[in-house]
Design a protein around this ligand. Structure first.
Ligand SMILES: Nc1ncnc2c1ncn2[C@@H]1O[C@H](COP(=O)(O)OP(=O)(O)O)[C@@H](O)[C@H]1O
Ligand SMILES: [Mg+2]
Length: 224
């Protein structure tokens, strides 16, 4: 049986105790899979992703990411989670005061690599997302699509086991949108990275095997 990197058992998520967003849902995600999460606006897609990276503790039930139970997670384990995950948001969340290069290099510096390794790896990553010529620019000097490609490079930098992406192509032009999808598929196919993507629309041009979860009325349904 394939290794499960995310397991939810009877999971309930809420911001207020008596107003659950996700109710009593059970599902699991196998290592190396490509997963789409869909659902109407406000159905709890971002909330679910938030719980995966430890920003919202389960109200009830069990949530295990990479073998770590998130209900009682301690600070020391949160840093484990940060190394385990690469995260991409619809609004990029880059640090605008830092150059593109510094944004990408940060996770590597935190991981404790030497300056030389960090520099080399950052160069490779920026080439990978086709932004070699923008290394010394600042995020706000870039188009939205370019900013998302910086975020993608940052998410890939530390070789995460899982990439979580919350509507990563929601605001992008076709070129950057295709590039982001290809980078996500590439990470999945070439590195075996588990990819979990929230999207409004499952792109039809991607020739991959995927799993599809749909959230409706607080329940996570496995569609395929
Ligand atoms: N920080 C928050 N505090 C309180 N309620 C929130 C918060 N974030 C989201 N919600 C509520 O949780 C529900 C699900 O939101 P969200 O997960 O962002 O939906 P989606 O990403 O599917 O559009 C919505 O009703 C939203 O208003
Ligand atoms: Mg959302």
């Amino acid at each position: 049986m394939a290794n499960k990197v995310i397991v939810a058992e009877d999971l309930t998520l809420a911001y207020k105790k008596d107003e659950p967003v996700i109710k009593n849902s059970s599902f699991s995600i196998e290592s190396g899979s490509f997963v789409f999460i869909t659902g109407p606006s406000g159905s709890g897609k971002s909330t679910l992703i938030k719980s995966f990276y430890g920003a919202l503790k389960p109200l009830r039930g069990e949530l295990i990411i990479g073998g770590v139970e998130l209900h009682n997670i301690k600070k020391s384990k949160l840093s484990f989670l940060r190394k385990y995950l690469g995260i991409i948001f619809q609004d990029y969340k880059l640090i605008n005061e830092w150059s593109v290069k510094k944004n990408v290099m940060l996770p590597l510096l935190i991981a404790g690599y030497s300056k030389e390794v960090c520099e080399n790896q950052t160069k490779k990553l920026l080439k990978h997302v086709k932004l070699s010529n923008k290394a010394d620019k600042y995020p706000l000097e870039l188009s939205g699509g370019e900013q998302q490609r910086v975020a993608m490079a940052r998410a890939l930098a530390h070789n995460p086991v899982i990439i979580l992406a919350d509507e990563p192509t929601g605001n992008l032009d076709d070129y950057s949108s295709n590039l982001i999808w290809n980078l996500l598929v590439g990470a999945n196919e070439q590195l075996g990275t588990t990819v979990v993507v929230v999207t409004h629309h499952i792109p039809s041009q991607l020739h991959i095997n995927f799993k599809h979860f749909h959230i409706e009325d607080g329940t996570v349904y496995e569609i395929s």
